[in-house]
Design a protein around this ligand. Structure first.
Ligand SMILES: *Cc1c(COP(=O)(O)O)cnc(C)c1O
Length: 373
């Protein structure tokens, strides 16, 4: 580049290094952005707003104090897996694979199935990690738009599957960011269609808020994978996800799992909290009631369209989502500006259902924001 050898080298050595070693496609990406929520009413990430009761937290502290942090976890995680199966409704004869959040399980599935030229498929808008992990693993990603009412476009789904033969089809049940619970018959139709060439992962991250699960269908389909997490149930901070599937498939997926992927603090905390899972289930029940109330209150506001939700968040459409989002921020309420995520979500906001107090703050701020439009 430089015509004169006597002039100093102008290229940035770091840029040179990056260009040599990092995959070109990766260099074009952005890191996953999480906005600061300091001082905010935080309604952007589907967290359970409730803590564990004080006496349970004290007891949990005692349990954690007894751990030997100098030792690696025992990578079979036998007791924790048994507790998850017992308390969270995994059918007899089925085991689980554990992940550092279901985000890691999504990565493990992509890694185990990736070959150049293979594709994965998901309805869109859907959970962003399906696409991110596919592309990281070198898989092609095919998004199939939902219909305008955010239901599955079955003819389009089946046609795209026929064309691309996706090695994994991802279905949020219910879906994020829409809150839609697809028809169970449609989901099972997709599992059947995929059987000759791929897995269907039914992602039940929001199962505590949906009166529905396809866990019982595992025995009917050896290409069905049921994935869940304890994050939305109230344990987002410990990072623990699990999936269940035919034992032969679990054995293969386990080969790409880092052996110590669930740390001893998470393991002990989950074991303890699962003994008291009724506490979390009662919190989820309160949030389901609050969801109905908040959905009605928002639907009563002029200019607001509320989409039905089976999750712990509500998707709404407003006349100008950018302006409403900014006005909410000014009032220290952080929601997700979903309008930026997909063309079908134009002018949509995704709002986590929270405590009665926080929902009231949101509602007042939303009213003011709409009034100022
Ligand atoms: C939140 C969410 C997850 C991620 O769960 P973690 O266990 O916290 O990694 C997975 N799938 C969907 C659809 C989600 O909304």
């Amino acid at each position: 580049m430089n015509p004169s050898a006597s002039q100093p080298e102008m290229t940035d050595p770091n840029e040179d290094l990056i260009a040599r070693v990092i995959r070109p496609v990766v260099r074009g990406w952005q890191s996953y952005h999480v906005p600061s929520a300091e001082g905010m009413v935080k309604l952007d990430a589907m967290e359970n707003p409730y803590l564990l009761p004080a006496e349970l937290r004290v007891e949990l502290g005692r349990r954690l104090a007894e751990l030997e942090l100098n030792r690696y976890p025992v990578p079979s995680y036998t007791a924790l897996k048994a507790s998850i199966c017992r308390h969270l409704g995994v059918p007899a004869g089925y085991d689980v694979l554990l992940g550092n959040g279901s985000d890691e399980l999504i990565t493990l599935l992509s890694t185990a199935c990736a070959l150049p030229g293979r594709a994965v498929l998901a309805p869109e808008p859907g959970f962003v990690m399906y696409g991110i992990s596919a592309r990281s693993a070198g898989l092609d990603y095919v998004g199939v738009p939902l219909r305008a009412d955010l239901s599955l476009d079955m003819p389009a789904m089946l046609a795209a599957m026929e064309e691309h033969k996706p090695v994994i089809t991802w279905l949020g049940y219910p879906n994020n960011p829409t809150g839609t619970l697809y028809e169970a018959a449609d989901v099972l139709r997709i599992v059947e269609a995929a059987a000759p060439y791929g897995l269907v992962v039914v992602d039940e991250a929001y199962q505590p808020f949906a009166a529905a699960t396809l866990m019982a269908e595992l025995s009917r389909f050896n290409n069905l994978v049921l994935m869940r997490t304890v994050s939305k149930l109230g344990l987002a901070g410990i990072r623990l996800g699990y999936l269940s599937a035919a034992p032969a498939l679990l054995r293969e997926l386990d080969k790409v799992r880092p052996p110590y992927n669930v740390n001893v603090l998470t393991e002990a905390a989950a074991l303890f909290v699962l003994e008291h899972v009724d506490v979390l289930e009662a919190q989820a029940a309160r949030l389901r009631v609050a969801r109905t109330t908040l959905a009605q209150q928002m639907a009563d506001l002029p200019g607001v369209q509320v989409f039905p939700s089976a999750a712990n968040f509500i998707l709404i459409r407003v006349p100008d989502a950018d302006k409403v989002f900014a006005a909410l921020l000014e009032r220290k309420v952080l929601v997700k500006n979903a309008g930026r995520m997909h063309i079908l979500l134009q002018n949509c906001l995704r709002i986590t259902v929270s405590t009665d107090e926080e929902n009231a703050v949101l509602l007042a701020a939303l009213k003011a924001a709409l009034h100022a439009l």
